[in-house]
Design a protein around this ligand. Structure first.
Ligand SMILES: Cc1ncc(COP(=O)(O)O)c(C=O)c1O
Length: 351
């Protein structure tokens, strides 16, 4: 079993702890009795805080985790003969253990993409066999913002996906496990990023941005699936009875822009790491560093020695690409020390 390492590693932004303001909010919420299941003032205030960012029409449902939030959002919108078009390496497709397939009983149409991004052409290519009962019927698109490879869809790219979704009557779902990182990269305006571009439903990730746990499913406007969500959330075991403790965390995260501050810091640390890497011969960025993930092709022989001191994942074994994630608590010293360690391992291999 691994022991806790006081040094911060680069394996995942969910390896970080809880932001002190969030932890304090949990303690503060631990007073007296309030109604369970979300009928409480904390949930009301946290919902209002999300509506202030997204608009008064937003329908907000708090959930325990990112997998559950994705699955219930899509399951509420889909029938079993329908399908979701998504990038091949969507978390929904490769990292959720088949939860969507089991729970929604529907199909994922996963398509190869460049830079982690689905395009309108990718969607158009899947729009065939419509009305044919032998063919699964596409009913939604799902993307991650930021993407699984640390890139961020520009607002124009989201708008183009919104247009193609509307053209074909597809639900537009955004996995926002790292929505704050994307928002920080794009200027912080969730409405411009998610409402004006035609997104129907997104998940608002908290866990990777300083919460102990907690995500929200947010419909940007009234939608038939939003009316079903309370039932699907309950059946999907994502309804917290002590909801106040999820909501209180969101309240703390959304107060005074902490969500953006945390995310912008993580993004800045990723850019700092990328800047160091640009000076190290023998390593190459595999994707542009738009948010808090740094994907790097490194000499294969350097990977295991680097992993001895700091945990991280290999993203693409064949291409020798590793994934280094920064979080809200990554420090400049963490980054500088890690970059020095990379330099020490890689330099002798790239002469
Ligand atoms: C893009 C993305 N979506 C969803 C999730 C799922 O989150 P959870 O582990 O809370 O189920 C993750 C977690 O790594 C993720 O990276």
């Amino acid at each position: 079993m691994q022991t806790a390492d006081a040094r911060r590693a680069f394996a995942s932004d969910n390896n970080a702890g809880v932001h002190p303001a969030v932890l304090a909010a949990i303690a503060d919420a631990n007073a007296g009795h309030v109604a369970g299941y979300g009928d409480d003032p904390y949930t009301e205030r946290a919902t209002a805080a999300i509506r202030r960012l997204v608009g008064d029409d937003a329908q907000v449902f708090f959930a325990f985790n990112g997998t559950g939030a994705n699955v219930i959002a899509l399951a509420a919108a889909l029938r079993p003969h329908q399908a979701v078009i998504c990038p091949q390496f969507a978390h929904l497709n490769v990292d959720e253990g088949g939860a969507f397939e089991r729970f929604a009983g529907a199909k994922l149409i996963d398509v190869p993409v460049h830079h982690g991004k689905l395009t309108p052409d990718d969607v158009e290519r899947q729009m065939h066999g419509i009305g044919d009962p032998h063919h699964v019927q596409p009913a939604a698109i799902s993307i991650s913002q930021s993407t699984e490879v640390g890139t961020v869809y520009a607002i124009s790219e989201l708008g183009a996906l919104g247009d193609v979704a509307r053209k074909h009557g597809l639900l537009f779902h955004v996995d926002g496990a790292r929505i704050a990182n994307a928002a920080a990269a794009l200027g912080g305006d969730l409405r411009a990023m998610l409402v004006e571009t035609g997104v129907d439903v997104f998940t608002f990730g908290g866990t990777k941005n300083g919460l102990l746990f907690g995500e929200a499913v947010v419909f940007t406007r009234p939608h038939p699936a939003a009316a079903l969500l309370p039932f699907v959330r309950k059946q999907g075991m994502q309804l917290a009875s002590k909801m106040r403790f999820v909501a209180a965390q969101f309240e703390a995260l959304l107060a005074d822009g902490l969500w953006l501050e945390n995310a912008a810091h993580a993004n800045r640390m990723a850019r700092r790491l990328a800047a160091h890497l640009a000076r190290i011969r023998g390593v190459r960025l595999a994707y542009s560093v738009d948010a808090n993930g740094v994907f790097v092709q490194v000499p294969r022989a350097a990977i295991a020695p680097l992993q001895v001191s700091r945990r991280f994942y290999v993203w693409d074994d064949e291409a020798s690409v590793v994934r280094w994630m920064c979080s809200f608590d990554t420090t400049e010293d963490d980054v500088d020390d890690f970059a020095a360690a990379i330099d020490r391992e890689v330099r002798p291999l790239s002469r």
